[in-house]
Design a binder for this molecule. Structure first.
Ligand code: ADP
Ligand code: MG
Length: 326
């Protein structure tokens, strides 16, 4: 072999080796994980092994980042900071947190207070695992503190509460927001097919490579059963149910969705599923419609363009909004 031939051979071999070493592996990447007190799951299609794996971790980290800001269980969260200090004066929070409070406020206005993050002023007196509920006296004292108008959003990301004792909680909107952020992160990284889900909130990016994703609506009374499976592409879906966190006492089901007007759990429905484009909205809307009940809930969802709902009432009857009825 002449030197030039040897060099050409070497070049080709090196090239071949380089090609073999490229981390090309087109496949589905999947990761179940625990976050925000619930089970979450991400599934994505990537053509690059390193990218696929890195993005699974990036999604998990994004959830944790949001949890650090919004958890009511962490004293260091921005939410806890507000609950400790906002009744004493202005508290400055991050623009991200402030914007989510603005979204919550919009929905409170739109639903005439059915969605109200200050439900926590009473909500924190319930402990569903320990079967604890507020006494009649506590309820009477805390009920006037539930009112979204007590949460005052000032310029420059400042917030105050107008009364001592007001508490907020983002359990009805934060998971949907985190799902939406996670999908945004995947889309920016060039991913075209993905599913992210946390608790009852799911967002789909693209389709499942040639076919729609299938998302199930759980049976509200039979744990591992489903009542419907919806073929979906590029959309968001959230379910709120009275079976997620609850206890039953004297025949009354005390569950984690509260009517801000009474401080008690609404009893007309067993679950509400909302479909649309944005998971922050589907999450908050499912909670909202649950509070409003079938008639008022249906009237509200019919007014919101691009959003639809499936209600299951206490008699196991299903009701679809007009966009799903066609
Ligand atoms: P999950 O996905 O946790 O089951 P949902 O979307 O069904 O949650 O919302 C229920 C959560 O919303 C409750 O755990 C509570 O944190 C919060 N919540 C309850 N009632 C209201 C309300 N009227 N307005 C806003 N948030 C609420
Ligand atoms: Mg919700």
């Amino acid at each position: 072999m002449t030197l030039t031939r040897f060099l050409t051979w070497l070049q080709h071999s090196v090239l071949l080796l380089a090609v073999l070493a490229l981390p090309v592996k087109a496949q589905w990447y999947r990761l179940p994980f625990q976050t925000m007190g619930t089970q979450a799951y991400v599934e994505l299609w990537s053509e690059d092994n390193n990218l696929g794996k890195d993005l699974l971790i990036a999604v998990q980290n994004e959830f944790e980042r949001i949890n650090q800001k919004m958890s009511p269980y962490l004293a260091s969260s921005e939410l806890s900071l507000l609950n400790r200090e906002a009744a004493n004066g202005l508290v400055t929070i991050s623009p991200e947190f402030y914007q989510l409070l603005q979204q919550a406020e919009q929905l409170a206005k739109l639903s005439d207070g059915a969605f109200d993050i200050s439900f926590a002023s009473v909500g924190f007196s319930y402990d569903y695992r320990q079967k604890i509920k507020p006494s009649a006296a506590e309820l009477q004292q805390q009920q006037p503190l539930v009112n979204y108008r007590h949460i005052q959003l000032h310029p420059a990301n400042q917030v105050s509460f107008s009364r001592p004792g007001v508490k907020i909680d983002l359990g009805g909107i934060a998971k949907g927001y985190a799902v939406e952020q996670a999908i945004g992160l995947l889309a920016s990284a060039g991913i075209k097919h993905a599913l992210v889900t946390a608790g009852g909130d799911t967002r789909l990016l693209g389709d499942k490579r040639g076919r729609p994703w299938l998302v199930a609506i759980k049976h509200p009374r039979k744990n591992d059963d489903i009542v419907a499976q919806l073929p979906l592409t590029d959309s968001a879906i959230s379910t709120s149910g009275d079976y997620e966190r609850f206890f039953i006492e004297d025949g009354v089901r005390y569950h984690h969705i509260l009517d801000p007007k009474s401080g008690q759990s609404p009893s007309g429905l067993m679950s509400v599923t909302v479909l649309g484009s944005d998971t922050t909205r589907t999450d908050a809307l499912s909670t909202t419609l649950f509070v409003l009940g079938l008639e008022r809930g249906m009237a509200l969802i019919e007014k919101i363009d691009g959003y639809d709902a499936v209600f299951i009432d206490i008699n196991h009857q299903l009701y679809f909004s007009s966009g799903l009825n066609q």
